[in-house]
Design a protein around this ligand. Structure first.
Ligand code: SOE
Length: 372
């Protein structure tokens, strides 16, 4: 059976996922067959152009008209439209793949996770960085006990696209549309990676102290004389603890001059350590027990996660491959009736951390993170 996929959103994420769907039959022959059926958006002209370029059969300007007609629904729109269409799809028994952060608010994330619990179909949260081969390699090292007991997790996600105060206003700067700023957009990735990598050993993050800051609170609207307020954070930092006792520090900024898309994570355990940087995503720096320094492991061998599907050793992969891998896993779960990973519960768990960081920033106190 060919899965008919409906995709809401045709800009950055629409392009990334459409590319992944197009690559699947070529590189993952055991992936379920999919048809890029319907592309959903509001601007008819832009939509028609995107549908042609991305290989979709048709378009729709209202998700309500097609949600019952597709086998899988991808929600790649801005954060404020994650909840309603995703919940409607789940209630119709349609599997959903939703971009991160799961929702603008904890309340909506809870409603989405509740809808996913009630539905008997996969509900996936699109945290693509779990699907970098070097990150999967790191997870295997930690699970095999190579790092011993984890003591520290240090994650930061740095960008600089807002350092210029004249950079134009966008939906990502509006609390009603995005929920939060660097915190939700970038911090959700780091929190998810931390949970993914050490959560099996350390449990959930349980306490947090957070700090958020907006440096420029008004921005020009492109092609207009108007300005609009920035109602989200430009940067955040937080310190946190895991139930198992490990300490974590997290940071993200859209004002980190010189950093374009710099996501790093470092983990120190009682026996060893590892360091990963998205700017060198084919590598993992590993320090094992007894070593005097870090060894740089090139994670491009055929035995490394997902690599056998691509090129011979040393022929490096890129950012877009993470989308192919996550689409492969999600669609396989759909076709085989399995569980999506990460799922809406993971999206909700990350959202609980983001919400606690904001509350801590407001009160100036450490905050306990809500439990499931
Ligand atoms: C924001 O600038 C952004 O595009 C995020 O929305 C993505 O999730 C991240 O992968 C890259 O940066």
């Amino acid at each position: 059976m060919t899965l008919q996929v409906g995709v809401l959103g045709y800009r950055f994420m629409g392009k990334a996922h459409a590319n992944a769907l197009a690559r699947l039959p070529m590189f993952f022959p055991d992936a379920p067959a999919v048809e890029r059926d319907v592309l959903i958006g509001r601007d008819e002209e832009a939509l028609a152009d995107a549908a042609e370029r991305f290989g979709f059969s048709r378009t729709a300007t209202d998700w309500r008209d097609v949600i019952d007609e597709v086998d899988v629904f991808y929600n790649l729109g801005p954060n404020h439209i994650h909840a309603e269409p995703s919940i409607a799809a789940l209630e119709a028994g349609t599997p959903v793949f939703c971009e991160k952060p799961l929702a603008p608010t904890l309340e909506e994330a809870e409603e989405m996770a509740a809808a996913a619990r009630d539905a008997d179909v996969p509900a996936g949260a699109a945290f693509n960085y779990r699907y970098v081969p070097a990150i999967q390699y790191a997870k295997n090292l930690i699970d095999d006990g190579e790092l011993g007991e984890i003591r520290h997790v240090r994650g930061r996600y740095l960008q600089d696209w807002l350092a210029d105060p004249e950079a134009p206003w966008a939906w990502r700067m509006d609390e009603d549309l995005a929920g939060s700023g660097a915190l939700g957009d970038l911090g959700s990735h780091t929190v998810d990676l931390a949970r993914f990598l050490v959560g099996d050993q350390q449990g959930e993050l349980d306490r947090v102290s957070g700090h958020c800051r907006t440096f420029v609170d008004e921005r020009p609207v492109e092609g207009d004389d108007e300005t609009r307020p920035v109602t989200v954070d430009d940067a955040y930092s937080a310190q946190a603890s895991f139930e198992g006792g490990a300490m974590a520090t997290f940071e993200a900024s859209r004002f980190a001059t010189g950093h374009k898309n710099d996501h790093t994570i470092e983990i120190n355990g009682s026996k060893g350590s590892l360091k990963f940087s998205l700017e060198r995503l084919n590598e993992l720096e590993v320090l094992r027990e007894g070593d005097r320094g870090y060894e740089t492991v090139l994670v491009t061998d055929e035995s490394d996660p997902y690599v056998e599907h691509w090129w011979p050793p040393g022929h490096v992969l890129g950012w877009e491959h993470t989308f192919v891998h996550e689409n492969y896993e999600f669609l396989t779960a759909v076709a085989e009736g399995g569980e999506a990973s990460p799922n809406f519960e993971d999206g909700l768990a990350a959202q609980r951390v983001l919400d606690a960081i904001e509350r801590s920033d407001q009160t100036g106190e450490w905050v306990d993170i809500e439990r499931a």
